[in-house]
Design a protein around this ligand. Sequence first.
Ligand SMILES: Nc1ncnc2c1ncn2[C@@H]1O[C@H](COP(=O)(O)OP(=O)(O)OP(=O)(O)O)[C@@H](O)[C@H]1O
Ligand SMILES: [Mg+2]
Length: 297
Amino acid sequence: MNDQADMLRKIVNMKTGNQEIGLPAANSEKKARVITVTSGKGGVGKTNITVNLALALSKMGLKVVILDVDFGLANIDVLFGLVPKYTMLDLIHDEKNIFEVLTDGPDNIKFLSGGSGVEELIRLDRKKLRKFVSSIGLLDKLFDVILIDTGAGLSQNVMSFIMAADEVLLVTTPEPTAITDAYALVKMVSRRDKKKRINILVNKADSVREANEIASKICVVSEKFLSLKLLKLGYILYDENVTKSVKMQKPFSMVNPKCQAAKNITEIAEKLFLDKTHEETEGARGFISKLLSFFGV
Ligand SMILES: Nc1ncnc2c1ncn2[C@@H]1O[C@H](COP(=O)(O)OP(=O)(O)OP(=O)(O)O)[C@@H](O)[C@H]1O
Ligand SMILES: [Mg+2]
C-alpha cells in the first residue's frame, strides 16, 4: 500500500476508534455533504466550477473529494494536469481499496475518476456490491463535501446522480439554449421530487445584472409552472483567465487567485458554507444506496 493510502487509513481509524471500518453505527457518525454539479447543455463550465469550488471550499478548511462521473470524457484530471493511477474500476473489481484509488489534487483535494466504472456496477454480484457500498460509505468519515461532476444532458445516468445527491448545483450560461435546457432538467426533476434542493448558478455572464435576471427568470418560471423552488447560488462572470488556465491545465483560481472568476467562486463557496440546511444530509452512504436503487441493482 502506498503512503497516501496508509495515511488515509490512519485518519479513518482515528475517527472510528474500535469500530469496524466500513460499518458506521447508524446516526452517530459524521456524514459528508453530497453535491451533484450538472447542466442541461454541455460546455457551460461544470468541470471548471467543480474544480475551483473544491479548491475554495478546501481553503475554508473543508475536506473535499471530487467524483468525476462524466462517462464521455473524464475532465477533472485534465484540468488538474494529472494522470490518475487508478479509477473507480479498480475499486469495483476489488483490486484496490478506496484509499488507494483516490488521486491527490492540489490543496489537499482528492479526486476519483469514474471511468466506465459506473456502468459496471449493474453487472456486479452481491458480495462485490456490498464491499463497494462500504467503500463509498468511508468517504463520510474522510470528507466534508463530495462534489460530483457529471456530463451534460438528461440521460438516465445523469438523472440518477441528480436524484441520489442531497443537493444539485445546476449550471447555466446566459445563452437561450442553455437556459431552456436547464429548465428542461428542472422539469424532469420536478416530476420525481418537488422538494429537491437545486442551486442555480449562472456562468459566463457579461454582467451581474444579466446573471441575476436570468437566475430570477428560471426561478420564477420553475416555481410557477413546476411548483419547485430553486435557490440562487450566484454567478461567475465571463473571464478570459478561465480559458487561459484551461490551456495551462491548471485551475483558474490557482493561476490567478485575484481574477474575476476566482472572486466569484469564492463568494459561491462562502454561500454554500454558510448554508446549514444540508445538515439533514444522508451522506455518501445514503447517496450510494439511492444511486444503486436507481440503477436497478
Ligand atoms: N466564466 C467563464 N469565463 C470564460 N470561459 C469560461 C468560463 N467558464 C467556463 N469557460 C470555458 O468554457 C469551456 C467549457 O468549460 P467546462 O469544460 O468546465 O464545461 P463543462 O460544462 O464541464 O463541459 P462538458 O459538458 O463538456 O463536461 C472551457 O473552455 C472554459 O474555458
Ligand atoms: Mg465537464
